[in-house]
Design a protein around this ligand. Sequence first.
Ligand SMILES: NC(=O)C1=CN([C@@H]2O[C@H](COP(=O)(O)OP(=O)(O)OC[C@H]3O[C@@H](n4cnc5c(N)ncnc54)[C@H](O)[C@@H]3O)[C@@H](O)[C@H]2O)C=CC1
Ligand SMILES: O=C(O)[C@@H]1CCC=N1
Length: 271
Amino acid sequence: MLEKKIGFIGCGNMSKAIIGGLVAGGLLKPENIWVFDHKPATNQAMQQQYGITPAQSAEEVAKQADILFAAVKPNVILKVLKEVASSLHKETLVVSIAAGVTLDSLAMALGHDRKIVRVMPNTPALVNEGMTSVTPNALVTQQETDEVVAIFNSFGKAAVVDEYLIHAVVGVSGSAPAYVFMFIEAMADAAVLGGMPRAQAYQFAAQAVKGSAQMVLETGKHPGELKDMVCSPGGTTIEAVKVLEEKGFRAAVIEAMRQCMAKSEALSKKS
Ligand SMILES: NC(=O)C1=CN([C@@H]2O[C@H](COP(=O)(O)OP(=O)(O)OC[C@H]3O[C@@H](n4cnc5c(N)ncnc54)[C@H](O)[C@@H]3O)[C@@H](O)[C@H]2O)C=CC1
Ligand SMILES: O=C(O)[C@@H]1CCC=N1
C-alpha cells in the first residue's frame, strides 16, 4: 500500500479511469485520493462512488498532494499549473497526462526546479487493463519513477519511455481504444447483418478482440503467424483477409496513426 496523498485537478474521462483503476487495484486508501474538478457535482459524485476526498479548490489539492495529477485538457493545463505552483511543496511530484504538452512547457509553468513526470495513459485503465507510458524529467529520482510506474501498473501495464516516443505512444495506445471500438462496432454490425441479435454481437466481437490480443501477449508468436493459424486453405477466413487487403485495411490503420502522431507532434510545438 502506498502511504502517499494523490491529488487530481480535473476529473473527466481520464481521471475517472485512473481513480477507478487505483481504487480497484487497492494500492491506495480512497480517502488519500484528493479531487478537484471545477464542476462541484463531479467532486460529489466521485466521493459517493469511490470514497475519495473532494477538495474545495485546485490550491487545496496542490497543498495536500505528494503526487499531483494535472488532468485537464491540454489548452488549459499550463494556466491551471501556474495558478497552483506556489501551493506545491518542494518535493511534490507533478504528473501531467495532457497530450502534446512537453516537459519543458510544464517546467516553464511550474518552475525549473520542479519534479515533473509526463504520462500517457488510456481509458482501459477503468477496467484494470490500461497501458501507460511514463517519462520523468531529470529531477525525478529512480524511486519516484518506480512509484509512478507502480501506480499505473496497479491497473494495467506501464513502461518508461523517452519523451520523443510519446507521439508513437499516443498513436498506439493513448488514442488506440477509439479505433479498436470502431473495429468492434463494425464487426458487430456485420454479425447483425448475419442475423445475430445486437447485444450478442457486441459480446462475440469484443471477446474475439480480447482473446486475440491475449494470444499476442501470451504466446510471443508473431501476429502474422497467429493470423495464418486461423486461415484454413480454401476456407472462410482467407476470403475475409483478401477483402481487407483489397480495401487497404493495413494502409488505413497506418495512415490514421501517422496522422494521429503528427497531430501529437504539432500540439507539442504549440504548447
Ligand atoms: N481521454 C483519453 O482517452 C485520454 C486523455 N488524455 C489527456 O487527459 C487530459 C484530460 O482528458 P479527458 O479526461 O478526456 O478530458 P475531460 O474533458 O473528460 O476532463 C477534463 C476535466 O477537467 C475539468 N476542468 C476543466 N478546467 C478545469 C479547471 N480549471 N480546474 C479544475 N477542473 C477543470 C472539466 O470539468 C473536466 O471534468 C487531456 O489533457 C488529454 O490530453 C490522455 C490520454 C488518454
Ligand atoms: O484525443 C486526445 O487528444 C487524447 C490524447 C490521447 C487520447 N485522447
